[in-house]
Design a protein around this ligand. Structure first.
Ligand SMILES: [Zn+2]
Ligand SMILES: [Zn+2]
Length: 329
């Protein structure tokens, strides 16, 4: 089969790879659409010690099962493969299983004609679901999972909460769109890349601004969602968070700095780290995408897998405005 292989830092190569073979309790899925994730870009730059070349990256996958079992069913894939035995798996939190592995990391991912995957990772969607929309399930579920955790501890209902979303890439944009769908009326979006602001503006949020030019209002948000996760954005989050607010940390850009423990304590700010999603979150996100809850998805750019090498370098140069590029084999 044909695959787009990460062959060296800053190098993606279209090449032939062996066809995937289903192991025990596994199926083979023909890829219909696969999104390019920020973590794939991170690996492409040689910055991810867990994703080493040569490797087929890609974990935001919609496809069609070709193995006998479930043959012909349209699916999205849960890229996290959890152990099913540990305390976290048994209590419904497989996303923090310490034995988990991941496609596009510890085994080949989706930038290819096909992939093999444990059957437990299949999330069935409507057979007529648009594969490009379905490929957004993974980033959509990341935001949805975070909102599920935040809603449990928020003092105000989502509809009334003054919310700040930092970063208008696909996770930030999809999270903001879900908040809007849930009736939230005060959604402010901070995004430094002017190209990226377009889709957020089109969605009609309360404010879309560049935080380098416009200072965020101090202590004025009930929910702050950091979809970037850098020292700078954590600093901004701390500054923006109101007393009694929730700070939802989703982005993983860097590890340290930016938290204000004194303000968090004096103002009783609840910080939540949210990582990925459960199988149920993926199912709900796919259903919401299918039903149109996220509105028009015309901000997604679709390219052919063969254009992968050029697409990765264009993304790195910041030349692509779309918050999400989806490749189709
Ligand atoms: Zn991803
Ligand atoms: Zn486990």
């Amino acid at each position: 089969m044909k695959a787009l292989v990460y062959t060296a830092p800053h190098e993606m190569t279209i090449m032939q790879q062996p066809d995937p073979v289903a192991g025990e309790n596994e199926v083979v899925v023909k890829i219909d659409a696969v999104g390019i994730c920020g973590s794939d870009m991170h690996a492409y730059q040689g910055h991810d010690a867990r994703r080493l070349p040569p490797l087929v990256l890609g974990h935001e996958i919609c496809g069609t099962v070709t193995s006998d079992k479930h043959k012909g069913r349209r699916v999205i894939l849960n890229p996290l493969i959890s152990c099913n035995r540990c305390y976290y798996c048994e209590t419904g939190r497989p996303n923090i299983c310490s034995d988990r592995t991941m496609i596009g990391m510890t085994r080949p991912g989706g930038y290819a004609d096909a992939v093999s995957i444990p059957e437990q990772c299949l999330v069935f969607v409507a057979d007529d679901m648009d594969p490009v929309a379905a490929a957004l399930t993974e980033p959509a579920a990341t935001g949805l999972h975070g909102l599920v955790l935040a809603t449990r501890v928020m003092a105000r209902p989502i509809a009334e909460a003054r919310t700040l979303v930092i970063g208008a890439g696909s996770v930030g944009l999809l999270t903001a769109l879900l908040l809007k769908h849930q009736g939230c009326e005060h959604i402010h979006i901070a995004e430094t890349n002017e190209l990226r602001q377009g889709p957020a503006r089109a969605a009609g949020f309360s404010q879309v601004f560049n935080p380098i030019e416009t200072l965020v209002d101090e202590s004025s948000f009930d929910l702050v969602i950091d979809c970037v996760g850098s020292q700078k954005t954590r600093e901004m989050s701390m500054f923006a968070a109101a007393p009694g607010s929730v700070f939802l940390h989703i982005g993983l850009m860097d590890n340290n700095g930016g938290l204000d423990a004194r303000k968090m304590t004096l103002a009783e700010i609840i910080m939540i780290g949210a990582y990925t999603y459960t199988q149920a979150d993926l199912g709900v996100a796919a259903q919401k995408l299918y039903s149109g809850a996220y509105g028009s998805l015309d901000w997604v750019e679709t390219r052919h897998l063969d254009e992968g090498p050029e697409t990765f370098s264009a993304l790195l140069r910041g030349e692509i405005a779309a918050p999400k590029v989806v490749l189709t084999p």
